[in-house]
Design a protein around this ligand. Structure first.
Ligand SMILES: [Zn+2]
Length: 53
């Protein structure tokens, strides 16, 4: 039984993968960010990869 607590695991994964990536410079931004904090580009994408195991 590898996973004991599914809820805890899901929260941990979300915390780790829940942020935005700038397409221009690749900087990590807060999930609430509208634009990049580094180059001020609005070209952000979600990093929201969920682990399927
Ligand atoms: Zn940027």
């Amino acid at each position: 039984m590898p996973i004991r607590d599914m809820t805890l695991l899901q929260i941990a994964q979300r915390r780790r993968l829940y942020y935005k990536i700038c397409r221009e410079c690749g900087a990590r931004n807060a999930p609430t960010a509208e634009k990049c904090r580094k180059c001020r580009s609005y070209n952000l994408r979600w990093k929201r990869r969920e682990i399927k195991r």
